[in-house]
Design a protein around this ligand. Structure first.
Ligand code: IPM
Ligand code: MN
Length: 362
């Protein structure tokens, strides 16, 4: 297979963990005889300082031309971020425009922890049971994130407003993605919402349940988001399956899921639109540990596994990466943030060593 891939390294630990994911991509390229053309482009807070925009026109063009995009985390330390005007900060000025441009409505965030690695979780090992294998699917281009934002003053009172809206089509298409995944996996679909209070959530539930009529073989469950937050900690294995969430609720619960795994460094993700997709780690750029060869590259490497699966339909390639990622941990190696205090220090891996071992296993 021949593909052009845009590589946006991002800020903080971005370039380091992206480099490891590219190492792994190249190992797969070699093993399977693919040909990937990589085009690097600036994106994020550093790009604002060097190019005047966090998503410069040149980068837009490169992304438009590419078949898929690999994106590292973005953002710098608070004092640097404070020098950037609000609309040029990488969240508002780069990430949301990237999502909107390619209409990446389906955000896949897997929450995977085999039983053998249960000790990573801050939860009791018994709660991890036979392991976690949850696929969270978050709607990514609708809801309150993309609604109109106003700030003003009325009868002398200052106010701010974020509009939250979902259309039938917006809910339906992501619900179809989620039901299809659930059917493929032969797993339940758990639909999260706040239908006891929000009109958008009642509508969300209604449309999802309508889509569900075409999937009678999929077990369907519905849960309020606050209860889901509680249940995720109390009994996470009940979510083994596909969990469908709207944008904002999905943002929050996927981070919580990272907490349950023991590290946001274990949270890869793929953002898929009708024509194009991009992959990114679900976490931030950790500027405090940047350039120290300390960051866990798992999330970025797992994101490349997703790139193969979701953007190129290369399933064996993706499987190879997942097996290698878990394989490294199963040999007793740990990244710094996952090492327990009594861990054998010779088993603690730096960023580049982790990538090397994944490549060896592939
Ligand atoms: C995420 C991030 C983004 C989001 C931010 C950086 C805009 O938290 O991908 O989860 O809120 O979607
Ligand atoms: Mn988030």
């Amino acid at each position: 297979m021949q593909k052009t891939i845009a590589v946006l390294e991002g800020d903080g630990i971005g370039p380091e963990i992206v480099a490891e994911s590219i190492k792994v991509l190249k190992a797969i390229e070699k093993k399977y005889g693919h040909k990937f053309e990589l085009i690097y482009a600036p994106f994020g807070a550093e790009a604002y300082f060097s190019e005047g925009s966090p998503f410069p026109e040149t980068t837009v063009k490169i992304c438009d031309r590419a078949d898929a995009i690999i994106k590292g985390p973005v953002g710098l330390a608070v004092d640097k971020m404070n020098q950037i005007p609000q609309n040029m900060r990488p969240e508002i000025g780069a990430i949301l425009p990237l999502r909107k441009r390619y209409d990446t409505f389906a955000n896949y965030r897997p929450v995977r922890l085999p039983k053998s690695l249960a000790s990573f979780s801050p939860l009791k090992e018994s709660l991890i049971g036979e392991g976690l294998d949850i696929l969270m699917i978050r709607e990514l281009v609708g809801g309150i994130y993309f609604g109109e934002k106003t700030e003003g003053s009325q009868t002398g009172m200052k106010y701010a407003e974020d509009d939250c809206k979902y259309t039938d089509e917006q809910v339906r298409r992501v619900a179809i993605v989620a039901f299809e995944e659930a059917r493929k996996r032969k797993d339940p679909l758990i639909n999260i919402h706040k239908a006891n209070v929000l009109a958008t959530s009642r509508f969300w539930r209604e449309v999802v349940e309508d889509v569900g009529k075409s999937y009678p073989e999929v077990e369907y469950r519905s849960m309020l988001v606050d209860n889901a937050a509680f249940q995720l900690v109390k009994n996470p294995t009940q979510f083994n399956g596909v969990v469908l969430l709207e944008n904002m609720q999905g943002d929050i619960l996927t981070d919580q899921a990272g907490g349950i795994l023991g590290s946001l460094g274990l949270m890869p993700s793929a953002c898929i639109g009708p024509k194009k997709g991009y992959v990114e780690a679900a976490h931030g750029s950790a500027p405090d540990i940047a350039n120290q060869n300390k960051a866990n590259p798992y999330s970025m490497i797992g994101s490349v596994a997703f790139l193969f699966e979701k953007c190129m339909n290369l399933h064996q390639e993706s499987e190879d990466i997942w097996n290698a990622l878990f394989g490294v941990f199963e040999k007793g190696y740990r990244t710094a943030e996952l090492a327990s205090p009594d861990c054998d220090k010779s088993k603690i891996l730096a960023t580049r060593e982790f990538g090397d071992l994944v490549v060896d296993m592939i």
